[in-house]
Ligand binder design. Structure first.
Ligand code: PHE
Length: 342
């Protein structure tokens, strides 16, 4: 029996498979359920006890070697089938994928939202195609107000009763919020707005705003001032000063325009601030009681303030980009300069 096993061992060692069929034949012949190795195990019980150890080891060696051979040729024959598998170098560096970057308008918008969210403002969104009520009427625009003029507004359609237009400001979103929410309300409405303006370095037919609204009991102009001062310092630096100038908006009374000290020249006067030391960045005021009533809020119980700023304008101050057209031309050389912290 030992002789037989040793013969098989050398047979296995010298075996070479040239095809899958040959290898399969080898497997059946030796390792199969009716194969030679199975046969050896069956004969094992007839081996005299004193030889059992030696013979047992031999059969096991034979079995392991046969299995190794089988595995060796299995992978060799499979490798030969697809030569690329052998040529593939997994350690090679891959082709670099060019990563995009955030748009400067998104970066600045996110930063504004982040600053106000730290003092409890949420974010609200609304449609860009608006009806007259939400964009104008609810906001106390008299029918003959010049802002309704074709000069400023892109009208989409008129059903005879009410005009449908592209929103000219995101105050329309605040109307929707006031109509559906019980005060206290503290929310921001960021978004794209449209105005019928000739495109130039300083004006565009669309731009982005972040407007804010705070309505609760006993909200005062001092609250508005403090909130905007906090924003200006967070956005432009601790040493920033603000200035409020009287202004007019149909939906706020009193209304103001807010300026921040020019960070380019430290308020000394330069061509960015037109030698005034200050830059205008937003409109604001106390929400007109008529607007609150239009939206179903009790103006005897609640007061509130609102403000609105152009994101392009803030981005212009932050990045010193003074041509508005650059923001919407999609030129990668311009866009890839901005690194997002937000
Ligand atoms: N809606 C105004 C605009 O688009 C900005 C504004 C908002 C002014 C809120 C006052 C209060 O110019």
């Amino acid at each position: 029996m030992q002789e037989k096993i040793k013969e098989l061992l050398s047979e296995v060692e010298g075996f070479k498979a040239e095809s899958k069929e040959q290898l399969e034949e080898f497997r059946i012949n030796l390792l199969g359920s009716k194969g030679k190795i199975k046969g050896l195990f069956a004969d094992f019980k007839n081996v005299p006890n004193e030889q059992k150890k030696e013979v047992g080891q031999l059969i096991n060696t034979l079995k392991l070697k046969a299995q190794d051979k089988l595995d060796e040729f299995k992978s060799k024959l499979a490798g030969g089938e697809s030569s690329t598998a052998n040529d593939l170098d997994l350690t090679r560096t891959g082709t670099p994928i060019k990563l995009g970057s955030r748009h400067p308008i998104s970066i600045v918008r996110n930063e504004i939202i982040d600053i106000f969210s730290r003092i409890g403002f949420t974010v609200s969104e609304g449609p860009e195609v608006e009806d007259d009520w939400h964009n104008f009427s609810a906001l106390n625009f008299p029918p003959e107000h010049p802002a309704r003029d074709m000069q400023d507004t892109f009208f989409v359609e008129s059903d005879g009763e009410e005009d449908i237009a592209l929103r000219t400001h995101t105050s329309s979103v605040q109307v929707r919020i006031m109509e559906n929410t019980e005060p206290p309300i503290r929310t921001l409405s960021p978004g794209r707005v449209y105005r019928n303006e000739a495109i130039s370095a300083r004006a565009h037919c669309f731009f982005h705003q972040v407007e804010g609204l705070y309505i609760a009991e006993k909200v005062s102009f001092a609250d508005l001032k403090q909130t905007l001062m906090y924003f200006a310092k967070e956005m432009f630096g601790e040493e920033t000063k603000i200035r409020l100038r009287p202004s007019y908006f149909p939906f706020t009374e009193p209304s103001a325009e807010m300026d921040v000290s020019c960070s380019v020249c430290n308020s000394k006067g330069c061509n960015v601030c037109k030698y005034t030391g200050y830059l205008e960045i937003m409109g604001c005021g106390m929400v007109d009681p008529n607007v609150l009533e239009n939206c179903g809020i009790d103006s005897k119980k609640y007061t509130g303030f609102a403000f609105g700023m152009g994101v392009e304008r803030i981005a212009m101050l932050k990045y010193k980009v003074n041509d508005l057209r650059l923001y919407s031309e999609g030129d990668i050389r311009f866009l890839e300069q901005f690194k997002a912290a937000f």
